[in-house]
Design a protein around this ligand. Structure first.
Ligand SMILES: Nc1ncnc2c1ncn2[C@@H]1O[C@H](COP(=O)(O)OP(=O)(O)OP(=O)(O)O)[C@@H](O)[C@H]1O
Length: 302
């Protein structure tokens, strides 16, 4: 079932187009990513979705609600964690959670949320004394406090160290496991690849492609490259006879095979039939980053 529907959304700032005809739909229960370089229009899109900005044209529905007309209803079904949200320095974690709970008819149990988010020990700590990761987790708790059906997470892991980033990914999966639809904005390809069921690549205000991470990679290339060190010389002719194998070369002790489909199975079973054991076997495939470059003509850092 579709829970977010965006059709032909446009938004300009002083004559400069930030979002240029974006059409997207997000299914209930999925983790959907919006990926694109700085300035692509990602934040503007989610700000329009959450009712913080008024679009120039186009239509938006979240759980059937209109972000401007049904603002009060929307706030009960949508939780938002925006980039760089700030709380007053002296506000304690428990005070922030109490305050936000009071905005909702049926708030979540924030004691449970702080336990899930690893903030139990920080309940009496003022906002300014929290680390970057703890602030992020508090912002996530505040986005979840209203028991939303949909949560928007914008650049959730920017500024976090690799460990904190991985912990946050686990957390996003746990949020989805609670039945919440997650719409996340990111410019980290690894994050999108790891977490998102589907994602939209946005570039210069337009949607370039929408698909699963593997679907996007396959659009660009399903070519794989396998390297290994076989325990005995390999009959390359036999390997090349397989439909999946495109090239097979032996250089020194290394065997390098490229191909498509279930290449790994074809290679390992062929070697096994001749009693050859492949050591140090490594597979390389195109990455989401490669797909992004092929689809947009530039890298995320451009
Ligand atoms: N309030 C504003 N006033 C004027 N221009 C703006 C405003 N907000 C965004 N823009 C411009 O609109 C374009 C899209 O910005 P937006 O923040 O939506 O992109 P983004 O993809 O989220 O980028 P980032 O990852 O850097 O946040 C950019 O060119 C940006 O400079």
């Amino acid at each position: 079932m579709t829970i977010i529907e965006i059709e032909n959304l446009t938004k300009s700032y002083g004559g400069r187009t930030a979002v240029d005809g974006v059409t997207l739909s997000v299914d209930e229960g999925e983790i959907f990513g919006i990926v694109g370089p700085n300035g692509a229009g990602k934040t503007t899109t989610v700000e329009c979705l959450s009712g913080l900005r008024v679009p120039d044209s186009g239509s938006i529905a979240v759980a059937g609600l209109h972000p401007q007309r049904d603002h009060v209803g929307l706030s009960q079904v949508l939780g938002v964690q925006l980039q760089q949200s700030q709380l007053p320095d002296k506000l304690k974690v428990s005070e922030a959670l109490d305050l936000y709970s009071s905005f909702y008819r049926d708030p979540a149990d924030w004691q449970e949320l702080t336990a899930i988010l690893g903030l139990e020990e920080k309940r009496s700590t003022p906002f300014r004394k929290l680390s970057g990761g703890q602030k992020q987790r508090l912002n996530i708790a505040l986005a979840l406090i209203g028991n939303p059906r949909v949560v928007i997470l914008d650049e959730l892991t920017t500024g976090l160290d690799p460990q904190a980033r991985r912990n946050t990914w686990d957390l996003v999966e746990r949020i989805r496991d609670r039945g919440v639809t997650v719409l996340m904005v990111t410019h980290f390809m690894e994050e999108a690849e790891r977490l998102c069921d589907r994602l939209a690549i946005i570039d210069r205000g337009k949607v370039v492609a929408v698909d699963s991470p593997t679907g996007l990679v396959a659009r660009v290339s399903d070519r794989q490259l396998i390297r290994c060190r076989p325990s005995a010389p390999v009959d390359l002719e036999t390997l090349l006879a397989a439909e999946e194998v495109v090239t097979a070369e032996q250089s020194g002790s290394q065997l390098v095979v490229t191909g498509t489909g279930n290449l790994l199975h074809v290679l390992t079973s062929s070697l096994a039939r001749s009693g050859v054991v492949p050591a140090d076997l490594r597979i390389q495939r195109a990455s989401l980053e490669d797909a992004f470059i092929a689809l947009t003509g530039r890298s995320l850092e451009d």
